[in-house]
Ligand binder design. Sequence first.
Ligand code: SAH
Length: 286
Amino acid sequence: MASVGTVWHALNLVTEPSGEEAVAYALMEAGAEGTASAELPSKLVRVTGYFREVPNPEHVHTELARALQIYDLPSSIVSEMTFDEVPDKDWLDEWKKSWQPGRVGRFVIAAPWSEVAPAAGQLVIRIEPGMAFGTGTHETTRLCLAAIEQHFQGGSFLDVGTGTGILAIAAAKLFPVARVEACDIDPEAIAIARENARLNEADRIDFQVGSIETVSVSSAECVCANLTADVIARLLPALIGATCGRLILSGILESQTDLILERVKELGVESEAAVTQDGEWIAIVI
Ligand code: SAH
């Protein structure tokens, strides 16, 4: 935490409301310690990222472009970028207070500092917000959590593209004796996922840096991949090969459903696919 008198470098981006989460994600990826959002009278949203050091504009632009691509949003959604310095104040506390626990089925996703009193049968997953993709607020994460609760019956679980580790941790919470493996091509995500696993007393999850094609993972009864449609299409043979039960796919827009289902059929998988939807996002269970 900053000492008294520290000056924070605040980067403000103005976006249409649908871009709020992507912009906050990009700011965190660019090195912000936290973000705050405010609705403007114009109904646009100002997202502020707080940095300890002056952020490198090129880095911010790269992360913003990447985030908008992941969320499938046009770059025109962000209309303004301004910069100022703010004295050390309680923004961090404000931000922390603004994080309310979220619920999906039996799972309660909470920040490490949130007080939660779980009801009987509920499973609390503690995730440090804003560090990597997968804090439980995105539709695709929520679709995957629901699918895991419904389809994972214990045994073994593999999470491809683990981000914060949230899905692997959920699987480990459901079945404390299951073998849980997870991978991500981003070494920073893996470091954060390990930290989150420790926070959840799920240290036994085996996290590896790399993609399903490069890491040595065993096949699993339930494989979950919340990526993007293009990456899923490319990895599908390996994903199917690693599955000896259910395969849960998400990160797919409704408009991309047929593309993935056709690819599944092309690969000779005959079984019925169940599609669930939240907003414009879908998940497929094979
Ligand atoms: N599982 C989390 C995070 C999903 S975000 C959740 O459901 O919320 C997708 C993650 O996949 C990112 O962390 C990204 O680094 C990772 N990723 C992208 N391409 C990948 C690949 N080919 N193999 C493994 N991980 C990949």
